[in-house]
Design a protein around this ligand. Sequence first.
Ligand code: GH3
Ligand code: MG
Ligand code: MG
Ligand code: MG
Length: 325
Amino acid sequence: MREQTSGQFDLLTAATEPDQNEDRNASVLLVEGFAPAAQRIVQVLSKDGDKVEVCESLGRAQELATSNRFDLIITNIQVGGEDGLRLCSHLRSQEETRQTPILLIVEEFDMPRLIKGLDIGASDYLMKPIDPNELLARVRIQIRRRRYQDRLRANYERSLSLALTDSLTGLYNRRYAMRHMEGLMERVKESGKALSVLVCDLDHFKNVNDTYGHAAGDEVLKQFAQRATASMRNFDMVARTGGEEFVCLLPDTDGQSALKVAERLCRRVAETPMKVDGAPNGELTVTVSIGLAATSRVMSGEELLKVADAALYRAKQSGRNRVMA
Ligand code: GH3
Ligand code: MG
Ligand code: MG
Ligand code: MG
C-alpha cells in the first residue's frame, strides 16, 4: 500500500519537474541529399551537444529510424529525387516512430507540399536558408516536448503496473484477478466451457516468519509464485490475492482437470524444499492447501471465489497440504 502511494507521488513530481537539460544531448537523424547543407546543420547541432547521424536516401532513413531510437528526425522535403513526405507517412505508420518528432526542411516554393507535410504529421519546419539560432530553437522545442511525453507515458505505465501487480512476486494482484474473472465469465457464457478457480493458501506460514524471519517468508512467497506459475498453462493466470494467498484462474478447464493441476502443484510444493537463506541447510519445506471451484454456469467472480474459499477451509480443517473441491 505504501508503495502504491509513493508511486503516485512519483507520478506527480516526475511529470512536473523536468530535468534542466531535458532538451539537450539529443540523437538526431538528418535526411538530406545535399552534403554541404547537411554539413552545416551537423555543425550547429553537434556544437550544441547533439549526436547527428546523416543519411542521403529515404530507404536508408527508414532502416535507421526503425533500428535506432532517434529523439528527432529532420528531413528535407526533397531527398535526392525522392519525396520526403513519403518518409513522413512511413514514420507515422510505424509503431516505433509514430511519436518521433519530424522537422521538414523546405524552400519557399515548397509551401503547398509543406502544408501537406504538416497534415501528414510533420511536427514543424525549417525554411531555407536556415538560420542557426532558429534551427536550435526549433530543435530544442521538439526535443523537450518529446521527452516530456516520454516521461508522462513511462509514469503512466508505472502507475498502471503498480495498481495491478504485486511488487514482491510480480504477479497480478487481487484487483486485476477480479477484473480478469469478469472477462472469463463472458467466455463461459459464450463457449459454455467451464472455468476453474484454485485458491491456494500456504500452511502455517506465520511459523515461517516467526522462526526464520520476514525476509525468509518473503522468499518463500516468491518461490511459491514461481512454482505456481510454472505449473499452469500460458493462458492460466496466477495472482497474489492476499498475504500468503494466491488465486489461479483456469479458463476452459473442468473441475476434474483442474483437480489434477492443483494436486500436482500441491505435491510439487511439499516434495521440493525451497531455497531460503537462514533456514537449516538453506532449505525449507512448506506446504499449501488448495480449494477448488469450477463452473460452467455464469456467476460473479466473488461468488465462484466463495465456493473455492469454502473448499479451502475444508482442506485446512482436514489436515492441510491437500486439495479439496
Ligand atoms: P494457516 O495454515 O491456517 O493458513 O496458517 P497461517 O499461519 O498460514 O495463516 P495466518 O493467516 O495465521 O498467517 C498468515 C501470515 O502471513 C501472517 C503474516 O505475517 C504473513 N504474511 C502476510 N503477508 C506477508 C508478506 O508479504 N511477507 C511475509 N513474510 N509474510 C506475510
Ligand atoms: Mg491466509
Ligand atoms: Mg496460511
Ligand atoms: Mg490463515
